[in-house]
Design a protein around this ligand. Structure first.
Ligand code: PRT
Length: 127
């Protein structure tokens, strides 16, 4: 299947999902939720439990979830990869919140890179 067809098929599938999360809106909502968990009770909030364990532990969880996602990708299990990717993104957002990094800074980096090939960007580093 050509790239264009694959992109069109993916867009059709995403549009058919119940809440059609075609944008990063869900990540922004999740970030608002995890920020609001600062100072919450670790007994009732998993996010608050993560904060109470400290930055190094949260970072370790991000690494573990990344490895789990990689393992599912190598196994070729797309459903499991989707679930592990969601775990990974959640833990990454908790890490950003813990460090006071605004997701807008990350979205901005991605926006700045739009239209620049990674190959060209790498060449410009050497120049
Ligand atoms: N998206 C998530 C989310 N994804 C994964 N997880 C939790 O992440 C944990 C991952 O499981 P693990 O076995 O790796 O974690 P663990 O048992 O703590 O492992 P150890 O490090 O202790 O060994 C599970 O408890 C999952 O429920 C999440 N917990 C919360 N959220 C979101 O955060 C919101 C706030 O959650 P609370 O803070 O719990 O209210 C929720 O409404 C969700 O929207």
């Amino acid at each position: 299947m050509g790239d264009k067809k694959a992109v069109e098929k993916a867009a059709e599938k995403a549009a058919a999902l119940p809440s059609a999360p075609l944008s990063a809106d869900v990540l922004d909502r999740l970030f608002t939720t995890v920020l609001a968990r600062k100072g919450a009770d670790p007994e009732t909030s998993y996010t608050a439990k993560l904060y109470s364990r400290g930055t190094a532990k949260i970072a370790q969880k991000v690494g573990e979830e990344a490895v789990e996602a990689i393992l599912e990708a190598v196994r070729g299990d797309k459903a499991a990869l989707a679930a592990e990717s969601a775990d990974l993104l959640y833990h990454l957002l908790v890490l950003w919140a813990d460090l006071g990094l605004d997701p807008a800074e990350v979205w901005s980096k991605l926006a700045q890179r739009e239209g620049t090939s990674g190959i060209d960007e790498k060449k410009s580093r050497k120049a």
